[in-house]
Design a protein around this ligand. Structure first.
Ligand SMILES: N[C@@H](CCC(=O)N[C@@H](CS)C(=O)NCC(=O)O)C(=O)O
Length: 207
């Protein structure tokens, strides 16, 4: 049994979608970010950066924070969504998500959605980076149905961030390959269920 500490956010949804895809049993412990529960003494012991998601695998006694590390751990443990055939391809796109997509789109949420009008410079930078991310994805998805040939942890890591396209002022219709991929993944039963495991209910946004 796996304990998952999470919230209804893109990084949290990566893990609930992965667990639903795997069909394994897990408990969810909701961490209310608005109430700053991520800074509690108890949660700090398992999450040094005070961020969700975190899992505790009671079988292996392994605690893991950082969503990319969690996806890798689960893919390795259950031997799914990361095959030997295109291992490094998936790894590089997973790292692209962790190092570029997440941080840049996360900043865009701050400057464009939560706090607009504070810094013209930051808003422009965020828009430029966001468009760059979508251009890269659109080009990549012109070559295959999924980020790396077959559905993998690269898709599972990237998709929940693209589901916030409205917040970072992106019209998905301007990125037709991303739109096709986005809609394809939106229809997966595990994605539909995994989108809403922790916290309030949200519809998957469809452009
Ligand atoms: N690189 C981390 C980022 C995690 C992260 O930013 N989590 C956000 C929610 S999506 C969070 O816990 N924010 C709370 C805070 O910053 O206080 C990961 O991918 O797990």
């Amino acid at each position: 049994m796996i304990d998952l500490y999470s919230s209804a956010t893109p990084n949290g949804r990566k893990v609930t979608i992965m667990l639903e895809e795997l069909g394994v049993k897990y408990n969810t412990i909701a961490i209310n970010l608005d109430k700053k529960e991520q800074f509690s003494e108890q949660f700090s012991r398992i999450s040094p950066s005070n961020k969700i998601p975190v899992i505790i695998d009671k079988e292996s006694k392994q605690t893991i924070f950082e969503s990319g590390a969690i996806l890798l751990y689960l893919a390795k443990k259950y031997n799914k969504f990361l095959t030997n055939k295109n291992y490094w391809d998936v790894i590089q796109w997973l790292f692209f998500q962790m190092a570029y997509v997440g941080p840049m789109l996360g900043q865009a949420h701050q400057y464009l959605f939560y706090h607009p009008g504070k810094s013209e410079f930051a808003e422009k930078k965020s828009k430029d980076y966001t468009q760059h991310v979508y251009e890269i994805l659109n080009e990549r998805l012109s070559k295959s149905d999924y980020i790396c040939e077959n559905y993998s942890i690269a898709d599972i890591a990237i998709w929940p961030w693209t589901a916030r396209f409205e917040r970072h002022q992106i019209n998905l219709k301007n990125y037709p390959n991303v739109l096709r991929w986005y809609l394809l993944i939106s229809k997966r039963p595990a994605v539909i269920s995994g989108y809403n495991i922790v916290g309030d209910f949200y519809e998957i946004p469809i452009p």
